[in-house]
Design a protein around this ligand. Structure first.
Ligand code: HEM
Length: 524
C-alpha cells in the first residue's frame, strides 16, 4: 500500500466498538441502579456511584496503590457506620466495619454465609473441591477434618524437629556468608526459603535446599504469588465472576499449576510405596485416602485422583495462598525488631531463659514453643501488617444478623479489611505503635480479641496459623540468638503506602534488607 494513500475504514469497524462500549455502560448503569435500590431497601448504607463509572477510589490500584489504600480511605470516611456498600470497579461489595458485626456474621450466621468470595467455575475439576473454595459445605467440612492432623504443631516435636533444625543451620551459614561479603540480608528471601523448604521437606518428603538450587515447591508458590497485573486480575475476576467460567489465563490456579502438582505428588507417592517408610506427612495422608476410597480400583497405585489432588492443594496452598505469605509476616516482624532493639533484647533474654528451663543450649521444639514474648511480637507485627488484605464471604441465603435491621440477600459479597480495623483507635489504643505487650495474656481483652483478624474469624478461621507461628518463631529466635539486627533499606516504620500495588497480599514493594552484627563482636 502506498504510505500516502488515505486509510479507509469500513463504517462497521468504526461503529462496532462504540456500540459495544455504549451497551456496556448502559448495562453497568442498570446493574448499579438495581443494586443501589436493593441496598436502600435492605437498610445497608452505601456510597452513591458516579454516573456510569462506579467509584473512583480504586483507580490507582495496580499502578500506584495497593488494594488496602482505597479500602482504608472508605473505612476512615465512614466512621459513623457499622458497614458500607460500594462498587470496586463494577463489583458490588459490602464492607463490614465493626468487629462485633464481623463476629456475628462470620461465626453466628456461618450457615447463611459460609462460602468465601473466591468462587470457582463449576466446570473446573479440582478447585471446587478445595477447602477454601468449595461451594459445598460438606466438602469443606470433610477436607478440614481430613487435613486436621497436618495442622497440629506437635508434628514437629522430638526427632521431627530435625527439618527445622536443619534449616536453622542452613540459615546461619547463609547469613554469615552474606555478612562476611559485606552485604545486607534480604529478609523476605531468607524467610521464604526457611518456611517453604521446611514445608516441602516435612510434608512432601522433598529434599529441597533452596540456597543451593531453588526448590520445586518454592518455584510453584512463586508462580502463584509473584506480584503482577495477571495475578491481580485473576483474583479480581475470580471474586467478581462468581461461578462464571473464565479464560484459563484469568484463573488463579491454572491447569498448568494443577498438572505440575499432580506430577509432584505422583512421584512422591511412588517413592513412598517403594520404600514403605511412614512419615505421618501429607504423602502418607493421601495414600491412606486412596486406600480407603478406591478399593484398589485404580490402574496404577501411583495415580493421583482429583480428590487427592484437591486435598493436597488445600493444604499446600493453605486455603488459597496462606503458605506463601508466612515470609511476609516474618520480614515485617524482623524489620520492626530492627527498629526496636529493646524488644530484640527481650527476645534474646527469653531464648536464654527458656533454654535454661529446658536444660539445653539448642533450639528444640519445646524451646521454640515456649517463646511467648516472641509470639506476641509476631501477633503485633501481623496486626500492623495483616498479610491478607481482604477476607470475604458470600451470602448463601437471605438473612438479618441478630440485633440489626440490615438484611443481606443471597449472593451478596461481604468483605472485611483487617488492615483498617487493626489501625482503628476504637479497636486498639495508639494503633500505629508497635507494642508487643498489648498481646500479653494480661492485656488481652475481648475487644482486642474480636478485632484481631490476621487469621480470619469463625469456623473458617485459618487452621495453619500455629504452624506458621512456630516456624516463624524458630527462624526469628535463632537469628536473634546469634545476631543484633539493624535496619538497612527501610529506616522508618512502613504503612500501606509501602505495599506493592500489584500484589493481592499486603507485601512491601521493595526488598527489606537488614544488617546483622554477631553478638560476640557487638558485646565489645
Ligand atoms: C502468616 C501466616 C498465615 C496467615 C496470615 C493466614 C491467614 C489466613 C486467613 C486470613 C484465612 C482466611 C480465614 C477466613 O476466611 O476467615 C486463612 C485460611 C486458611 N489458611 Fe491460613 N494463614 C497463614 C498460614 C497458613 C499456613 C502455614 C497454612 C497451612 C499449613 C494455612 C492454612 C489455611 C487454610 C487451609 C485455610 C482455609 C480455611 C477454610 O477455608 O476453612 N494458613 N489463612
Amino acid at each position: 500500500m502506498d504510505v500516502l494513500e488515505p486509510l479507509s475504514y469500513s463504517p462497521a469497524l468504526l461503529y462496532a466498538p462504540l456500540l459495544v462500549g455504549s451497551l456496556c455502560l448502559v448495562l453497568n448503569y442498570v446493574v448499579y441502579s438495581r443494586r443501589v435500590a436493593q441496598w436502600r431497601k435492605s437498610n445497608i448504607p452505601f456510597l452513591t456511584p458516579s454516573f456510569l463509572i462506579g467509584h473512583k477510589y480504586f483507580w490507582g490500584v495496580g499502578t500506584n496503590s495497593a488494594t488496602v489504600v482505597p479500602l482504608d480511605r472508605i473505612y476512615q470516611e465512614n466512621k459513623d457506620k457499622d458497614l458500607v456498600a460500594f462498587f470496586i470497579a463494577t463489583m458490588p461489595v459490602v464492607l463490614l466495619r465493626k468487629p462485633a458485626l464481623i463476629k456475628q456474621i462470620f461465626a453466628k450466621n456461618f450457615d447463611e454465609a459460609f462460602k468465601t468470595g473466591f468462587a470457582v467455575s463449576h466446570n473446573d475439576t479440582i478447585t471446587p473441591h478445595t477447602l477454601s473454595q468449595s461451594p459445598d459445605k460438606n466438602v469443606w467440612k470433610a477436607q478440614r477434618n481430613a487435613l486436621s492432623p497436618m495442622f497440629v504443631t506437635t508434628r514437629f516435636s522430638g526427632e521431627r524437629f530435625a527439618d527445622i533444625k536443619n534449616q536453622i543451620t542452613l540459615t546461619w551459614t547463609h547469613v554469615e556468608e552474606t555478612r562476611l561479603q559485606g552485604k545486607p540480608i534480604n529478609i523476605k528471601e531468607v524467610a521464604g526459603i526457611f518456611f517453604q523448604d521446611i514445608i516441602s521437606n516435612s510434608f512432601l518428603a522433598l529434599d529441597d535446599n533452596s540456597y543451593v538450587e531453588e526448590g520445586e515447591f518454592r518455584k510453584f508458590l512463586k508462580s502463584l504469588v509473584e506480584p503482577g497485573w495477571g495475578r491481580l486480575l485473576a483474583v479480581f475476576s475470580q471474586m467478581h465472576l462468581q461461578g462464571i467460567p473464565t479464560l484459563e489465563s484469568l484463573k488463579f490456579i491454572t491447569q498448568k499449576h494443577i498438572e505440575s502438582m499432580r506430577s509432584l505428588l505422583q512421584r512422591q507417592i511412588k517413592q513412598r510405596n517403594q520404600t514403605g517408610a511412614q512419615r505421618n506427612d501429607l504423602i502418607d495422608l493421601l495414600i491412606k485416602l486412596k486406600e480407603q476410597d478406591q478399593d484398589g480400583k485404580l490402574d496404577s497405585e501411583t495415580d493421583v485422583t482429583n480428590e487427592m489432588l484437591s486435598l493436597g492443594l488445600s493444604f499446600l496452598l493453605g486455603g488459597k495462598i496462606s503458605v506463601a505469605i508466612v515470609d511476609i509476616m516474618v520480614s515485617f516482624t524482623i524489620h520492626l525488631l530492627s527498629l526496636n532493639p529493646e524488644y530484640q533484647e527481650r527476645i534474646r533474654r527469653e531464648v536464654e531463659e527458656v533454654m535454661e528451663k529446658h536444660n539445653t543450649t539448642e533450639f528444640t521444639y519445646e524451646v521454640v514453643r515456649d517463646l511467648h514474648f516472641l509470639n506476641q511480637c509476631l501477633h503485633e507485627s501481623s496486626r500492623l501488617y495483616p498479610s491478607i488484605p481482604v477476607i470475604s464471604r458470600v451470602c448463601t441465603e437471605d438473612f438479618t444478623p441478630a440485633g440489626t435491621n440490615y438484611s443481606f440477600k443471597k449472593g451478596e459479597l461481604i468483605i472485611v479489611d483487617p488492615y483498617s480495623i487493626h489501625r482503628d483507635p476504637e479497636c486498639f489504643e495508639n494503633p500505629d505503635v508497635f507494642d508487643p505487650d498489648r498481646f500479653s495474656p494480661k492485656s488481652r481483652d475481648s475487644k482486642s480479641v474480636d478485632a484481631f483478624l490476621t487469621f480470619g474469624k469463625g469456623p473458617r478461621k485459618c487452621p495453619g496459623g500455629n504452624v506458621a507461628l512456630l516456624i516463624a518463631s524458630a527462624l526469628i529466635g535463632s537469628l536473634l540468638h546469634k545476631y543484633e539486627v539493624r535496619p538497612h533499606s527501610h529506616t522508618r516504620q512502613m504503612d500501606a503506602s509501602d505495599f506493592h500495588p500489584r500484589s493481592f497480599a499486603n507485601v512491601h514493594k521493595d526488598d527489606v534488607l537488614v544488617d546483622v552484627v554477631p553478638r560476640e563482636i557487638f558485646a565489645y
